[in-house]
Design a binder for this molecule. Sequence first.
Ligand SMILES: Nc1nc2c(ncn2[C@@H]2O[C@H](COP(=O)(O)OP(=O)(O)OP(=O)(O)O)[C@@H](O)[C@H]2O)c(=O)[nH]1
Length: 562
Amino acid sequence: QESRCTNYGSVISSLYNSIETLNVKKLKAINKYLKNHCVHNNIETHLLFSELTIADAEKDRNNIELIRNKIIALNILDKSNPRFAWHLYVMAQSWFWDSKTEKAIALLSEYKSYFIGEPKNSIEVRALSLIGGYFDNAESSIEKEKNTYFDKAEIKANEIGDPELILYVNFRKGSEAYPDINTDSAVEYKKKKDKWVSILDSVNSCVTKAEVLLYWGYLEIEDKNKSLSTLKEAIQILSDFGVTRTALDGSILYIQLLQNYGEVSEAEFMINKLIEDHYSLMDDYQIKKLYEWLFELSKSQKRFEDAMKYKDNYYENLLSEDDKSQKELDELLAEYKVEEQKSANRILEQSLEVTKLEKENEKQKNYILVMFIITLSITVLLLSLIVYRSQKSKNELSKLAMIDVLTGAPNRRAITLQATKELAIAQRKCQNLTILLADLDNFKSINDIYGHDMGDFVLKKFADIASENIRAMDKFGRWGGEEWLFILPATSIEEAKNLFERLSSKLSKVEVDGLSNITFSMGAVELYSNSDSDLNSLIRKADDKLYIAKKSGKNRVCFAPK
Ligand SMILES: Nc1nc2c(ncn2[C@@H]2O[C@H](COP(=O)(O)OP(=O)(O)OP(=O)(O)O)[C@@H](O)[C@H]2O)c(=O)[nH]1
């Protein structure tokens, strides 16, 4: 049977070597070869540990539990097996990677007596380093043994002289000694760390190197580019070797680092890619973390719609999970609702603020408008007042300039203007016009006998009677002293006589303080009967007629002949 597989021994050695160096791709090829070409009594045992290693490295949840149960059921973890150290190493790693550290510690404690002597080969060196590392978290009695295991492992690793193995031992020793998580001092830790960092360059591409680079690039390097490139290199090595579980952890660390460095869009791109490519390999915690980051990243950029979309995606993806997930989901939902409420509140606050500002702005605009209108109104009012008052004074002045102060009748200037105007109209329309010049009789005597006040009274009385007894179209005014000029448009000289009669009759009725029988004389001239048509010559002629009226006995009207 064995002859069917001539190189069986070397294939098995290669298999355990690949288990030791976690070369998953090679392990898969060997498994395939063994299944197709070899038949051997022990082949089932070898394959089980090989497959457990692959399932662990690929985080194949279903198979990990299945294979482990099979190993326990078949009772093949046997100290007498020449490959026992490998088997123990694989089992312990499997519990450890499956987040069941207490099972790993229990297993290693159970079999630690196997390692009482010196380690015989590289896998025993690794197993001892594992024990040393695991016991770091265990009870204090075991803690004391830790250094003995590490010391023995280091001596043997140096003796074997394999740089990867030396790096493995030193890395376990160094990383477990990280000052934050154990009792070693910072100086002690630095010493250990410097040692494995100095070995790093001499080690070829391997999973141990990738793990060191991950740890180192994430925790130790402060330079942004160096740190990111170190993590990238580690992830690349892990992918090349097919260790998807650690490649995934590395990618998550890489994304976290991107966020720390503020490379937000690159981080978002990487998270989405990770979810797309490796969703089935991630546990709930990792998925939750990634969606939380997506939510926070988009929220910090005020892309609230995207933030909500990421939360929704997370619910959809976890809806089919068990009760634990449901509980987490409920918690997240509550958290999401709070966030949603907060966002809504923020938007509401902002819109209220905007409305407030708009209102204030509107108020201010209205205020400015009202102030403008008030100012304008006041200005217009003041201007109007000024204009009105100046117009009024102007009117008053011009009125004063045209009125005889004593009698209130138009003065010489006013009646001259009126006469000129009426004469022009009459001439244009070819109408007749009569001009009368009246003079109170014996006025000097009135003054002398009754006093000037009486004289003034008589003047006023004459003015009143004249204004009340002329037609609306007729004009009259004080020509000077006790002399009056009348203009009667469209009137013949005969009709002027009627006016004289009317005025005389009224004046004769005036009786005051013994004064009565007041009379006046009048000279009249009409336009048609005159060859001279200018005002002055007409007035002069009327004056001539007045003179004649006086001379011929007063209290009468004298006409110029037609
Ligand atoms: N009280 C008063 N007297 C005036 C006014 N204006 C002129 N007189 C006077 O009127 C008088 C006119 O006198 P005369 O020109 O001699 O005329 P008369 O006495 O009426 O004589 P006859 O015209 O011939 O009837 C003068 O004594 C003037 O001083 C005035 O405004 N008020």
